[in-house]
Design a protein around this ligand. Structure first.
Ligand SMILES: NC(=O)c1ccc[n+]([C@@H]2O[C@H](COP(=O)([O-])OP(=O)(O)OC[C@H]3O[C@@H](n4cnc5c(N)ncnc54)[C@H](O)[C@@H]3O)[C@@H](O)[C@H]2O)c1
Length: 270
């Protein structure tokens, strides 16, 4: 029996990806992975205009792509609107949207500051609602889109002292599911990646706290932090997340939508 003809292959070269928080860690590494494929980039993060312009220039030169930069503060919904409008004007449309920017603060719920709660919910959750809303029109017009939200294992399970982070990450998984349902017939997928420990500046404060409290070296404290919950006793490299993102952008992944995908060294298998 003959196999049915597969749908036409989508080429990623020449598409545009917008990655929030791509001046550091997972976002920056993912930008390199996508640029290697000839994907144009909207880079973004908390960096001066000059530093950002020079980062975008380096990407353009190294990978021969179009790259622009914006430093919109994701706590400000007007700034997000301007950012998205400018990006769409400059690049035509956003084909791949990666909501990656995030912050962390660890403290018991009893004393967790309201200002930290508000900032974490705004940056790690509400910003993704705004960017998705503003990117969807173009994706629907093109009948193709990829929305990838960087959640966390903390979108699936909880840990003490992370009340706002867990609330935001659980929330972004709900947001992802609804977007996937509403967009399935438009050729747009929406997924959440749920990493365990990834070696980036985001977790340095947590390691430093352990080192201080337990009188251990930074490296010993890092190992203690990893193995407390994650059976695989190593941190992931940020590039690994980028490679997973690239797969989710491919045609092979077109049926993966509405999923919360752990990449967590068996953390949530327990
Ligand atoms: N590192 C980990 O172990 C880990 C694990 C699971 C999930 N994550 C998630 O991965 C994502 C990326 O984290 P990372 O570890 O690469 O962190 P990181 O600290 O290296 O990078 C964070 C990025 O977000 C940007 N950002 C922060 N606040 C912002 C604001 N107000 N406005 C605009 N941009 C802002 C920063 O400029 C930076 O580019 C986050 O959503 C994080 O929750 C990280």
């Amino acid at each position: 029996m003959q196999e049915s003809t597969p749908p036409e292959k989508t080429t990623l070269k020449g598409k545009t990806a917008l990655i929030t928080g791509s001046t550091s860690g997972i976002g920056l590494a993912s930008a390199h992975i996508l640029a290697e494929q000839g994907i144009n980039l909207v880079l973004h993060g908390l960096m001066s205009d000059e530093e950002g312009a020079s980062l975008a220039q380096e990407f353009s030169k190294q990978y021969r792509i179009n790259a622009i930069f914006d430093n919109a503060n994701l706590m400000d919904s007007d700034a997000i609107s301007h950012f998205m409008e400018n990006a769409i004007k400059a690049m035509g449309s956003i084909d791949i949207l990666i909501n990656n920017a995030g912050i962390q603060h660890t403290e018991s719920v009893d004393t967790f500051p309201e200002s930290k709660w508000n900032a974490i919910i705004a940056i790690n959750l509400t910003a993704a609602f705004h960017t998705i809303q503003l990117a969807l029109g173009g994706m629907k017009q093109n009948s193709w889109g990829r929305i990838i939200n960087i959640a966390s294992v903390h979108g699936l399970v909880a840990s003490k002292n992370k009340v706002a982070y867990c609330a935001a990450k659980h929330g972004i998984i709900g947001l992802t599911k609804v977007v996937a349902l509403e967009c399935a017939e438009h050729g747009i997928t929406a997924n959440a990646i749920c990493p365990g420990w990834v070696d980036t500046p985001l977790i340095n404060d947590q390691i430093t706290d352990i080192a201080r409290e337990e009188k251990r070296s930074f490296e010993q404290a890092k190992y203690q932090l990893i193995t407390a919950k994650q059976p695989l006793p190593e941190m992931m490299a940020p590039r690994q997340i980028g490679e997973f993102i690239l797969f989710l952008c491919s045609d092979s992944a077109r049926s993966i939508t509405g999923s919360s995908l752990p990449m967590d060294g068996a953390w949530t298998a327990q």
